[in-house]
Write a protein that binds this ligand. Structure first.
Ligand SMILES: Nc1ncnc2c1ncn2[C@@H]1O[C@H](COP(=O)(O)OP(=O)(O)OP(=O)(O)O)[C@@H](O)[C@H]1O
Ligand SMILES: [Mg+2]
Length: 140
């Protein structure tokens, strides 16, 4: 395995998203690890834009799951597990049913459901760098 790192400023995010989708070709399930304000929602929003969604993508702060449609009308699922307290909540929202669909699934705060996320999710870390740029890293 090798670690891939993408470093970018906010005005370079489209290029970073294009590279990310190139590297991870085929995979549609991603868990985004990173502290508060790291840029998870911002990156997922840019991913959704690259996939052709014209819905307004916002942080699902109060919703655990938000659903958007890509350019072909296919669903994209965006989860925010920040407020998840117990495993039963994942079942309640039908998380595993969404996972089984052939659809993009993006998770913020997978830390809150550690051990409960299917293994086919690619683990992606987002970190803030010295100059306020962001570093996206994952293993291939
Ligand atoms: N690549 C980047 N370069 C510079 N600033 C960025 C970048 N990505 C995001 N930001 C800024 O960081 C702030 C927080 O971003 P965002 O809401 O995406 O974080 P988050 O990881 O989703 O946080 P939370 O854990 O609260 O959901 C925003 O003001 C955003 O503009
Ligand atoms: Mg967020």
């Amino acid at each position: 395995m090798e670690e891939i790192k993408l470093v970018f400023q906010l005005d370079e995010i489209e290029e970073a998203v294009a590279q990310f989708l190139d590297f991870s070709s085929g995979n549609k399930k991603f868990a985004f690890y990173g502290e508060m304000g790291a840029g998870k929602t911002t990156f997922i929003t840019a991913l959704c834009a690259a996939l052709g969604t014209d819905d307004l993508v916002s942080s699902p702060t109060f919703a655990i799951i938000n659903e958007y449609a890509d350019a072909d009308g296919e669903p994209i699922f965006h989860f925010d597990f920040y407020r998840i307290k117990e495993a039963s909540e994942l079942l309640d929202i039908g998380f595993y049913d969404y996972c089984e669909q052939d659809a993009f699934c993006f998770i913020e705060w997978p830390e809150k459901a550690e051990g409960l996320i299917p293994e086919d999710f690619m683990k992606v870390s987002i970190d803030v760098d010295d100059d306020n740029s962001r570093v996206i890293s994952f293993w291939l």
